[in-house]
Design a protein around this ligand. Sequence first.
Ligand code: ADP
Length: 470
Amino acid sequence: MLQGVVYQNAEGTIISMNPAAERILGKTHLEFLGSSSVGEEVHCIREDGSPFPGLEHPAMVALRTGAPMSGTVMGVFNPREKTYRWIQIDAIPLFQQGDDKPYEVYTLFSDITESKQAERQIRDVTNYIQTLVRISPMCLVSYKATGEAISANDAAARMVGTTLEELEKQNFRNLESWKRSGLLEMAERALRTGTEQHGDVFLVSSFGMRVTLECILVPFMFGEEQHILLAALDITERKQLELDLRAAVAAREDFLSIASHELKTPLTGLHLQLQLMKRLATKAKDDNPFTALCSTALKSSQQVVGLLNELLDVTKIRVGKFDLHEQEVDLKAAVIEGVAALSENAHNMGSMITVKADHSVVGTWDRTRVHQIIANLLSNAIKYGEGKPIEVTVAQEADKLHFQDQGMGIPYDLQSKIFERFERAVTGGKIGGLGLGLYIVRQIVEAHGGSIHVESAPGNGSLFIVELPL
Ligand code: ADP
């Protein structure tokens, strides 16, 4: 670091200086010679920016009092750099033997501009951080590892229902609220492991506030001491909304389950009665007009029963009551049965169904559910197949079942979505459905340890591939 030296006589006139002093002050010794502290005072300021009068310069005070001065900080305008340089000055008076008044004084000064700038930057950054902390909506409280709070912001005080002063008096290790909510344990773990701890806690504060907080506890070093920062967001409202939403979903599912149950019993009765009526009508007269009416009514009731079954299945899946009753099933036979059951539908739509199955494929699966997979995928192929041929393949490889149609296909972006609940790739009321069939099929397949996917090009048909482990 540069160390300047300036000699002044008993009147304060500058008589010599070293090159370092010339550099710091920005003038040559020739420019200075003959002038004094008083002459230079226009160029000097104090730390607060006010003028530094020449008579109060340390050299002048030392000359006047005969006592050395130490550590004075002064800003001196450097005309070469056109800026102030900061110096820290010691002034030492010199005496002739026997005199009580100094005959000269010399000042030693070092350039502290850089450290002043660094100090200023630190002050600015600290200021900025303090402003951020003060206005932050997040609760921020710092504690020593021993528990004493050292700083907190307004949001923290508001969150727990008190003032900053009260909050800063607290020691988290003595707080019942921290013990009960689990915060104390989290803080201890953070301090012990040196790692951040995250968690949601419900807290009844010492000031009676009941809040749910999303917390992060961050251990950090300050000086040589371990500290911990609590950063928390008040999520009381969000939690309540979540609870309300979950309750609403549960209520909707309860409703769906009860409604489908309650509707299914009378509908099944109605369906049986329609079957009986159809039989009686046919028996009474060959071309009885009631026969056709009964057939239409039967088809409608069958559809409603199908929809109710889908709803019931979904509620079963949701509450985890989707049990499998596994037994030996012949996939080829099941497909042939499924095709036969839907042959009338296919015929009405104009679709021909071909089954390709060289051998029987026997595995251990839930028979009813396997029939459901086939019925669902086949009826979709008929429904969305635009009356074109359909091919079902039963293979011995891992991908056991293929349902290929040549219908409308599925837009690429919806191909993975259609396996979700209530997701449909058709809009408008053109083709009816709840968007549950494929969701149920996927659940059944996955419950058997298998998988399902689709390959499709819009306008070019769809191929549904089911993998079922034996
Ligand atoms: P739903 O048929 O009741 O709408 P699904 O879950 O069975 O419900 O099918 C979901 C959606 O996937 C259907 O709405 C339809 O858009 C599309 N989809 C299913 N199968 C086919 C298919 N073979 N061809 C074209 N689109 C299909």
